[in-house]
Design a protein around this ligand. Structure first.
Ligand code: GTP
Ligand code: MG
Length: 148
C-alpha cells in the first residue's frame, strides 16, 4: 500500500492540533507506520523544501518551520498521497474547503499548520529524509474492515 509523509508544522503543534490531525487520518482508515516530534534544523528543512529554494518566501518558510518542534508521521493506505493532500486542503487556507484540515483550522498560507507529500516520489524522498531509521512494520487487525 502507498505511504505518505504528513507533518504537523510548528504552528499546529503550538495550537494543540496534533491530536486532531492524527485523529482524522486514523478515522479515515490510514495506518500509522512512523511518528516523531522533532525540532528540525534549518539545514534539514532546506533539504525537505529543496524544490522551493529561490522562491521569495523561502527564507521565511525555513524560519517558520525551524521555529519550534514538528510532528512527522508516515501514514499508509489506499492512494495515501492524493488522499492525504485532499484531507489537508489547498496550500492557501483561504482557498481550502471547509472540512479540510487547513480549511477548518488555518487562515494564512505562511501558517498553514500541516504538510503532506505531493507525489509518490516526493513521499519516498521525504520518508527517507525524516525517518532514515525506517518505518514500523506491523499488522493492523482492523484491516479487513477497511479494505475489501
Ligand atoms: P506543503 O505541504 O507544506 O509542502 O505545502 P504545499 O505542497 O501545499 O505547498 P508548497 O510545497 O508549494 O509550499 C510549501 C509551503 O510553503 C506551503 O505550505 C506554505 O507554508 C509555504 N508557501 C507556499 N507558497 C507561499 C507563498 O506564496 N507565501 C508564503 N508566505 N508561504 C508560501
Ligand atoms: Mg509541498
Amino acid at each position: 500500500k502507498e505511504q505518505t509523509y504528513i507533518m504537523v508544522k510548528p504552528d499546529g503543534v503550538q495550537r494543540g492540533l496534533v491530536g486532531e490531525i492524527i485523529a482524522r487520518f486514523e478515522k479515515r482508515g490510514f495506518k500509522l507506520v512512523a511518528m516523531k516530534l522533532v525540532h528540525a534544523t534549518p539545514e534539514h528543512l532546506e533539504k525537505h523544501y529543496a524544490d522551493l529554494k529561490g522562491k521569495p518566501f523561502f527564507p521565511g518558510l525555513i524560519k517558520y518551520m525551524a521555529s519550534g518542534p514538528v510532528v512527522g508521521m508516515v501514514w499508509e493506505g489506499l492512494d495515501a498521497v492524493k488522499t492525504g493532500r485532499a484531507m489537508l486542503g489547498a496550500t492557501n487556507p483561504l482557498a481550502s474547503s471547509p472540512g479540510t484540515i487547513r480549511g477548518d483550522y488555518a487562515l494564512a498560507v505562511g501558517r498553514n499548520i500541516c504538510h503532506g507529500s505531493d507525489a509518490v516520489e516526493s513521499a519516498k524522498k521525504e520518508i527517507a529524509l525524516w525517518f532514515p531509521e525506517g518505518i514500523i512494520q506491523y499488522t493492523n487487525t482492523n484491516e479487513g474492515w477497511i479494505f475489501e
